[in-house]
Write a protein that binds this ligand. Structure first.
Ligand code: ISJ
Length: 386
């Protein structure tokens, strides 16, 4: 291919060494994290997940080139600090995307790897500027870029003096609407045939849906990818961007556990995290994640409770018989799960109390006429009573 003076295939393949992590060697490098940095806790939870999975690099966007000008545009420098700190705490490297000269200048000395995203793959001025830095660059393939155009974009960075370029296939735009983009796995082989640069795959942006990520990740390794860039979010349902394609922490860790055997089959290695890597910090982060789910489940329960409230008359809101049945069932379950039954006996009356109050309140919002009746109700079941 013409003009691939520096990116074209050499006698040996290049590896990119970043603080003890080798990209393009025998080991498959797992990179993960949310699409967008949203908060410090979100990043510390994501970092713990990536670490637990055996990942080496934490991702998180702080300058977001969104399709719509009204979508969340990123937290900027504030988010960058969350990303950098979370990665440091878990001894991970970090990568973030730059979108222009200003964002490049802001992040270049703070992150370990810079990403130039699909939408900027042919932003030649940005490529030249990135080429002047010494920071390794992940160069994503443009949505509609041919492999030649992608490699020539890499050539821009190399020609400007930065030899550390990692190519990233992230799906291309085709006529097929069932996935967000079409993951072009043959591009991995073609790029590696034409160039000495490492190639990684981002199945998340390609698929746009989390159910395909595990299979595409394994396929990418089998196709020769040197690494994976996968989106994971502590709570995908709440993600400001790319929620549907983000894996839950559990899915991310589970997938990582399944990659080793695929890597081995193609003469590569991938070591997933393993339980013995648990530090006090990562264990506490796991607790934070479980706590978050407990509260989210309580909120979901309360939603249903309010709907139940709509089906009842105001003076029938509290149902002691039903409450007793629930407690009995959960006491049995607690015993089965080796939890003290006392926990159920203490916690559930509080939940019922709050449920009953919330039913009463939501009924009144809908039908303030019943206010008088409420007074009657509260005389029988005063707020705060046990
Ligand atoms: C939701 C209901 O209303 C109240 C709240 C309950 C709960 O939180 O599970 C159970 C019984 C009622 O005291 C219901 O009647 O099912």
């Amino acid at each position: 291919m013409k003009d691939l003076r520096l990116a074209g295939l050499k006698t040996t393949r290049s590896t990119i060494e970043v603080k003890g992590v080798t990209i393009g060697g025998k080991e498959i490098i797992l990179m993960g994290g949310p699409c967008a940095v949203e908060s410090s806790i979100q990043m510390s939870q994501s970092a713990a997940t990536v670490k637990q999975a055996g990942g080496k690099i934490l991702r998180g966007g702080v300058f977001k080139p969104r399709t719509s000008p009204y979508s969340f545009q990123g937290l900027g420098l504030e988010g960058l600090n969350y990303l950098v700190q979370a990665a440091k705490d878990q001894d991970l490297l970090c990568v973030t995307e730059v979108i222009d000269a200003a964002s490049l200048e802001l992040v270049v000395d703070k992150v370990d790897i810079i990403q130039i995203g699909a939408r900027n793959m042919q932003n030649f001025e940005l490529l030249k500027l990135a080429g002047k830095s010494k920071t390794p660059i992940i160069l994503k393939r443009g949505l509609s870029a041919t492999i030649e155009e992608w490699l020539l974009a890499a050539e821009y960075i190399l020609a400007a003096g930065n030899s550390q370029v990692i190519l990233c296939e992230r799906g291309i735009r085709t006529f097929e609407p069932s996935t967000r983009n079409t993951l072009d796995l043959s591009a991995v082989g073609v790029a590696k045939e034409l160039s000495h640069l490492p190639v990684i795959v981002d199945p998340s942006h390609a698929a746009g849906r989390r159910d395909l990520i595990a299979a595409l990740s394994k396929a990418a390794i089998a196709a020769g990818a040197d690494g994976l860039l996968i989106e994971t979010h502590p709570n995908p349902a709440e993600a400001t961007s790319d929620g549907p394609q983000s894996l839950t922490p559990e899915q991310f860790v589970q997938l990582a556990g399944e990659l080793g055997v695929v890597a081995e089959a193609v003469n590569r290695v991938f070591a997933c995290g393993g339980q013995n890597e648990d530090t006090l910090e990562s264990l506490r982060t796991q607790i934070d994640q479980v706590d978050q789910r407990i509260l989210e489940n309580l909120a979901a329960r309360m939603e249903v409770v309010r709907k139940v409230g709509d089906k009842k008359h105001l003076n029938q809101v509290k149902d002691s018989k039903r409450e007793k049945e629930i407690i009995q069932r959960l006491v049995n379950l607690a015993t089965e799960l080796q939890l003290p039954p006392e926990l159920v006996r203490k916690i559930y009356p509080l939940i019922f109390e709050s449920a009953v109050q919330s039913q009463i309140k939501s009924k009144l919002v809908r039908d303030p006429e019943q206010e008088l009746e409420l007074e009657l109700e509260l005389a029988v079941y005063p707020i705060g009573s046990k």
